[in-house]
Design a protein around this ligand. Structure first.
Ligand code: GLU
Length: 388
């Protein structure tokens, strides 16, 4: 697919590196950000929902706090992130407001995108924001993330966020305009690669160390991001963010590398659900609920006849009919104890029964994969097909 078509997808995640947003003095490059916000406004007008993953907090906070130009200690970095994130979020809110868009800040940690329980929450929030027309502006929560539980670079984070939000395209705005056979700064014979179908060992060997003084991710972390995204059905566009209207430039044919998606986000997610997650319990559903599931609806508490197993919120469970045949698999929105309390009850009663207003569905349809042939024997092998 061409870059212009990839930019016109339903959901597009855009990752911006620190070196583009923050100048050498540690000040925000406001005119450039306004240009990018205009580009984002244009994507939104053309019907795409946009999710931004932005770096720059540490670079901005370093100056704001008067920290020295040497390598910072972890706690200094965290302090810089705390001071810089306010400035960063403020700049985004103002620039996007200039194009009629509401910015909504999300600070996530590795655990929020890797652990299933928190993953579900973060995903639901992004989903709600996108429906409301807001632009999620995401960064790593550097202030609380410690070495062993942090991404450290926003390339990988942006790929996780793109997958989590069901984006079809991830744009990595960088200080390089794509992948080269070697580092073009050092090797004059380096050739630009316009399209990568599969990230092979040969492609990986082309990525050399980081080229930027401000950001943290080099070509290697871009390839890791591209691997995560493309495997989950999200194409990646790697291009230079240096032009004043970088997305406009991309649409008009600026140099870039396209990493083709290996699947669609929906198919990849259903496959992940069906093939990789071990079920921790079973829900038995009545015939009415089963018919609703087959029509593509979510599973509501009212349709659940029995609950088995010890599972936590966000775990995978099998769904079986009254005869005990597995009909679906999904991520359950309640733990086993709460699921038992809600079994057979109306969604309107959830708050009274649990003392909090949980999710309306026991399993949301986006988190559910049906077994294709009704009456197929129970078991993992049967649960390998995509929901209609
Ligand atoms: N989260 C870091 C920041 O906002 C940036 C990480 C990166 O450079 O990729 O400063």
């Amino acid at each position: 697919m061409q870059p212009a078509a990839l930019l016109a997808r339903r959901r597009v995640t855009i990752k911006i590196g620190s070196a583009l947003l923050v100048d050498g003095e540690g000040r925000i490059r406001r005119a450039w950000l306004d240009g990018l916000a205009a580009d984002i406004g244009e994507l939104a007008r053309r019907g795409s929902r946009v999710i931004v993953v932005t770096s720059g907090a540490i670079a901005l906070g370093r100056r704001a706090l008067g920290l020295p130009q040497r390598a910072l200690r972890l706690e200094e970095k965290q302090a810089a992130a705390a001071a810089g994130q306010i400035l960063l979020a403020g700049a985004w809110a103002e620039s996007l407001a200039g194009h009629g868009l509401i910015a909504a800040q999300l600070l996530v940690t590795l655990g929020d995108t890797e652990g299933r329980r928190r993953y579900l929450n973060a995903r639901a929030t992004i989903e709600t924001l996108l429906k409301l027309g807001a632009v999620p502006v995401v960064n790593e929560n550097d202030t609380v993330a410690t070495t062993e539980i942090r991404y450290g670079d926003n390339d990988r984070l942006s790929a996780r966020v793109a997958v989590m939000s069901g984006a079809e395209t991830l744009v990595l705005l960088s200080d390089v305009d794509g992948l080269y056979t070697a580092d073009p700064g050092r090797d004059p014979a380096a050739r630009h690669i316009p399209e990568v179908g599969a990230i092979t060992a040969e492609i990986e060997a082309m990525a050399t160390g980081s080229g930027s003084a401000v950001g943290t991710g080099g070509m290697a972390s871009k390839l890791v991001a591209a691997t995560i995204a493309t495997q989950s059905g999200c194409a990646v566009l790697l291009t230079s963010g240096k032009p004043d209207r970088p997305l406009e430039a991309l649409r008009s044919g600026a140099r870039c590398t396209v990493f083709a998606a290996r699947s669609t986000p929906r198919r990849a997610r259903k496959h992940w659900l069906a093939a990789t997650l071990k079920p921790a319990g079973r829900l038995t559903v009545d015939d009415g609920a089963l018919a609703a599931l087959r029509r593509g609806s979510s599973l509501l508490p009212a349709g659940v006849a029995a609950v088995e197993g010890r599972f936590e919120r966000g775990d995978a469970v099998l769904v079986q009919n009254l005869q005990g045949t597995v009909v679906a698999k999904g991520l359950v929105a309640y733990d086993a104890a709460d699921a038992e309390r809600l079994r057979g009850r109306r969604t309107a009663d959830i708050e009274a029964l649990l003392g909090y207003r949980g999710r309306d569905e026991m399993i949301h349809r986006d988190d559910l994969v049906l077994v294709q042939a009704p009456g197929e024997p129970a078991g993992e092998a049967a649960v390998g097909t995509e929901a209609p």
